[in-house]
Design a protein around this ligand. Sequence first.
Ligand code: C5P
Length: 233
Amino acid sequence: MNSRLIIALDLPEADDALSLAQRLLPVTPWLKVGLELFTATGPGLVRNLLDLGARIFLDLKFHDIPNTVRRATAAAIRAGAEMCNVHLAGGEAMCRAAAESVAEARSLGRNCRLLGVTVLTSQSAAPGAKDLRGQILDYAGKAKAWGLDGVVCSGQEAAAVKAAVGREFICLCPGIRLPGGSVPLEDQQRILSPREAARNGADFLVVGRPVLQAADPAQTAGEILRQIEDAGK
Ligand code: C5P
């Protein structure tokens, strides 16, 4: 299944995450395990999700000294992540260290894509920054130069990132809200609908609360998937 939809399992407990995963996996294989769930449940839960047939984006947004990030990235890949990420704000040496871990794993036949977080979609501008889009494009260029496979950015910036850095460079976009949906923005600032994000060139869309808070999460995920597929027609 060549799905572009990733559902964020932003839940505190393994049992809830596993039962939701079972409902969602017929719709999309991609699940995101982030800080809350991984801190609570660790690699054991990732193994359980892999056993169910999931593909895992391990969204731990590493930001530490290069040696620590190199080793943490290797551990994420060993845990079974097919995608993982670092904060580009961590700088060149840190990002290159993570990319080296990914390259080493690839040479052993284990493929994981490494993405760089540009500016969180919960931020309308980084502190002190005037030109948010310029900052994101600058980060995207650096991410490519430093050996990363793509960036995490909002759907609002995906087209500009692709134009600046190349079509093959992955744009993974959170900050997705359904038009007319009942989920409030809460902490998200730079949002788009699934259709708009897909049209803008997002390779992957990450959706959390609009699915998690839906009366029928699998049905809502299916609706989002249809919007993404319609956008590609
Ligand atoms: O609930 P919602 O759809 O807003 O969730 C978005 C998900 O994407 C969250 O799990 C959040 O951690 C993640 N994310 C984000 N912005 C980034 C990177 C990841 O919102 N830049």
